[in-house]
Design a protein around this ligand. Structure first.
Ligand SMILES: Cc1cc2nc3c(=O)[nH]c(=O)nc-3n(C[C@H](O)[C@H](O)[C@H](O)COP(=O)(O)O)c2cc1C
Length: 169
């Protein structure tokens, strides 16, 4: 094998990523206040889970440096990003200490940063966490939630941001 070529395992992971990328989704930023300091990370793997009790789920990567802090705090806010917040997704989607620089936020009822301009927000208490391979599966019990009266989500598809086009069938 030359230094340039990919191993079959690497090629398989790339193909797997590419296939999974066909599943489009919205984007959330999961936030918390760590001793008064706002922290957060971008998350595509978010889903609703249960109405009674009210539960949501998300999958933080094992390498996330922010998730262990949020786990210790035990509560967090899920910020559902709006169409014009792709830059917010990119900013919170890479490691760094200055993610909140220039980002306007207020404290949610649960005490976590609520990023202004978000389409919706959901305050949660960490309910359970399960093994998910190189990610974990975190379940949040919903304590508060609200949404903007109008607006559209940012959509993530095949590694790119897109806007939603609504059509009637
Ligand atoms: C569009 C997008 C979706 C992402 N989805 C996830 C995800 O579902 N789970 C996750 O752990 N990281 C996800 N990430 C990567 C994390 O946001 C990133 O690894 C994290 O911010 C690293 O910073 P941290 O070390 O402060 O946690 C995503 C990033 C982007 C840009």
């Amino acid at each position: 094998m030359t230094g340039q070529s990919k191993s079959p395992a690497d090629a398989d992971i790339e193909r797997f990523r590419d296939v999974l990328g066909r599943f489009c989704s919205g984007i959330v930023v999961v936030t918390a206040l760590d001793k008064g300091r706002p922290i957060g990370f971008t998350c595509q793997s978010f889903a609703s889970l249960s109405l009674d009790p009210r539960l949501i789920m998300l999958s933080p990567g094992r390498t996330s440096t922010t998730w262990p802090s949020i786990r210790n705090i035990g509560s967090f806010c899920v910020n559902v990003l709006a169409e014009d917040q792709a830059d917010v997704s990119a900013r919170f989607g890479r490691p760094g200490k200055d993610k909140f620089e220039g980002v306007r936020w207020v404290q949610s009822p649960g005490g976590a940063p609520l990023i202004l301009g978000s389409l919706a927000w959901i305050d949660c208490q960490l309910w359970a966490e399960h093994d998910g391979g190189d990610h974990t599966i975190a379940l949040g019990q919903v304590t508060n939630f609200d949404a903007a009266t109008s607006g559209s989500p940012v959509v993530f598809f095949r590694g790119s941001y897109a806007a939603l086009t609504l059509s009637t069938f």
